[in-house]
Ligand binder design. Structure first.
Ligand code: 5GP
Length: 195
């Protein structure tokens, strides 16, 4: 365990976890309740899902644009996730926000988390885990956004990722969302609201 996420220039926290564990929902809640938190917007080559907005959920880019981001060293980390699309963290906004003393959160996969650890070992690393394997399978099948083949591939990745949770500074079980958010607010060092 390390408690060295804070630097004189703000702090950077990485949150990872298997597919369907609820990272998106948790991060949405943190974002809504703590507008002072800077949540990094990733670039991705996957198409937008209904309701997703360019520049809010992701920067949706072409393969060529993604190649250019890599070539210009514009990404802090990047990875091909679930054997399909590429995802990466634009470097500049993270640098700017941390140098302004802000608290920055990256929601990325395990391969990306490892790259950030190499580049920025003082960052804080949190792994979000489900209460059980059965619950993870249920969450993935209930949300019904992937084909059965895609679900099977995501679960394959999830098994490997769960086995690597001990690489992280903190493991947070995402059972009740309220409790998860409270725990993360504490780990991120965000001020709790009095109301
Ligand atoms: P989804 O397609 O469901 O939005 O995201 C799929 C996976 O990509 C999630 O596990 C998410 O954590 C990961 N991901 C999203 N943005 C990034 C990123 O910038 N870098 C990396 N390495 N993974 C990302």
């Amino acid at each position: 365990m390390t408690d060295s996420s804070s630097t004189s220039t703000g702090s950077l926290t990485v949150i990872s976890g298997p597919t369907a564990v609820g990272k998106g929902t948790v991060v949405q809640r943190l974002r809504a309740e703590h507008p002072e938190l800077v949540v990094s917007i990733s670039a991705t080559t996957r198409p937008a899902r209904p309701g997703e907005r360019h520049g809010h959920d992701y920067w949706f880019v072409t393969d060529d644009e993604f190649d250019q981001l890599i070539a210009s060293d514009g990404l802090l980390e990047w990875a091909s996730v679930h054997g399909s699309a590429r995802y990466g963290t634009p470097r500049r906004p993270v640098q700017d926000a941390t140098s302004e003393g802000r608290t920055v959160l990256l929601e990325i996969d395990l391969q990306g988390a490892r790259q950030v650890r190499q580049a920025l070992p003082n960052a804080q690393f949190i792994f979000l885990t489900p209460p059980s394997w059965e619950e993870l399978v249920r969450r993935l099948t209930d949300r019904d956004t992937e084909t059965p083949e895609q679900q099977a591939r995501r679960l394959e990745t999830a098994r490997v990722e769960l086995a690597d949770a001990q690489e992280f500074d903190h493991v947070v079980v995402n059972g009740q969302i309220e409790e998860t958010v409270t725990e993360l607010v504490g780990l991120l060092g965000l001020c709790t609201h009095s109301t």
